[in-house]
Write a protein that binds this ligand. Structure first.
Ligand code: ZN
Length: 61
């Protein structure tokens, strides 16, 4: 479980949108990127983020 106060100060490193906890991950409300949580520590790195299902073809190399 992620600390609510921690969630409040976290922001998406990609778009700086607000994030929320969902199914043990951190989800950006703006761009939809999904950040992993490892040992209760959110990994807020664009490189570690997954795109939501259905938007996989929006690849930028
Ligand atoms: Zn975002």
């Amino acid at each position: 479980m992620i600390d609510k106060n921690l969630l409040d100060i976290l922001a998406c490193p990609f778009c700086h949108g607000d994030v929320k906890e969902k199914e043990g991950s951190i989800v950006c409300l703006k761009c939809g990127r999904i950040y992993p949580v490892i040992d209760d520590i959110p990994v807020m790195l664009v490189d570690e983020a997954r795109m939501p299902a259905g938007e996989e073809n929006e690849k930028k190399e």
